[in-house]
Design a protein. Structure first.
Ligand code: CP
Length: 325
């Protein structure tokens, strides 16, 4: 029987079981995820894009909130590992007839499910589910409210490592709506754990969390100062669906102050990379010429999402990577 230890994510022997947040994980585990993803990257370039690592396992995608990239890459990752994967359409499931989340969950569990991949608009939803599943079932957080999006952060770290190799020498700027961003929260935790040189957040006061200073990050309200000599720029979407009240004057004014244009990009190091977790809003947080420009690695991030999710799912289900070859 799997015994889950104190941070609710590792087994007694220190193996990954649930992946709910980056918080509390050691650098060695984050590195292991990236190293394993490196092994899986080549699978997508094969004629037969499959390895038999999770043959016989059943994975359920439970997306209670919209998604394009995360849901699709989790599904592809599961299929490339040869698992049986089901996408539960929440709008047509029995939850829309009044069935509780736990009843739905236990019914799906009764179908011999080995893993749930969960996206939910409420912070803490994935952890709640992890607390109520049978001990052998793994839960992966695919984004919960403003709280965490750990596999997104890992694919972002993987993309940075591919381009910059060493985290210690890097200056990374995260720009925009940090306050409502589960991605930024997980990225900041991952960057700190991996020992990045400097993390900056740039945005208007209304979109920065009050605990920024305690997180050990450098705060800027001005793009000109904040982008100076950075190696990595991570742009974020304005998360209007999570905002209460008007926190910015207008999208046009926001773009003028905080939108990444070719001129502002010149302030960063000449070999700086531009990232964005998506979905992007052209002309709001990023100019099309930058999003489609030579320094953008935005679509590469999406591609790396498959390998990172293959790595996380195989580790959580205890599959050994030797089978990859
Ligand atoms: N980055 C991200 O989570 O995108 P989706 O909402 O499309 O999954």
């Amino acid at each position: 029987m799997v015994q889950i230890m104190s941070n609710n994510q590792l087994t007694e022997s220190g193996q990954l079981h649930h992946f709910l947040t980056i918080e509390g994980f050691k650098k060695s585990l984050l590195t292991e995820i990236m190293d394993r993803a490196e092994q899986f990257s080549s699978v997508s370039n094969r004629q037969v894009k499959k390895v038999p690592l999770l043959r016989g396992k059943t994975i359920m995608n439970l997306f209670f909130e919209n998604s394009t990239r995360t849901r699709t890459t989790f599904e592809l990752a599961a299929k490339r590992l040869s698992a049986d994967v089901m996408n539960l359409n929440i709008s047509t499931s029995a939850t829309s007839k009044g069935e509780s989340l736990l009843d739905t969950l236990h019914n799906l569990e009764a179908m011999h499910t080995d893993m749930f991949v969960v996206r939910h608009s409420e912070s803490g939803a994935a952890e709640f589910i992890a607390q109520h599943v049978a001990p052998h079932v793994s839960v992966i957080n695919a984004g919960d409210g403003c709280h965490a999006h750990p596999t997104q952060a890992m694919l972002d770290m993987f993309t940075i490592r591919r381009h910059k190799q060493h985290f210690a020498d890097l200056r990374v700027a995260i720009v925009g709506d940090i306050l409502h961003s589960r991605v930024a929260r997980s990225q900041i935790q991952a960057l700190a754990t991996l020992g990045v040189g400097e993390v900056r957040v740039i945005g208007p006061r209304t979109l920065l969390p009050t605990d920024c200073k305690t997180l050990g990050i450098h705060i800027y309200h001005d793009m000109e100062a904040g982008l100076k000599d950075v190696d990595v720029i991570i742009m974020l979407r304005l998360q209007l669906e999570r905002m209460e009240g008007a926190l910015i004057p207008s999208a046009r004014e926001y773009f003028q102050c905080y939108g990444l244009t070719e001129d502002k990009l010149q302030l960063a190091k000449p070999d700086a990379i531009v990232m964005h977790p998506g979905p992007i809003n052209r002309g709001v947080e990023i100019a099309s010429s930058v999003a489609d420009g030579p320094q953008s690695v935005i679509l590469e991030q999406v591609t790396h999402g498959i390998a990172i999710r293959m790595a996380v799912m195989s580790m959580a289900l205890g599959a050994q990577p030797e089978v990859v070859a």
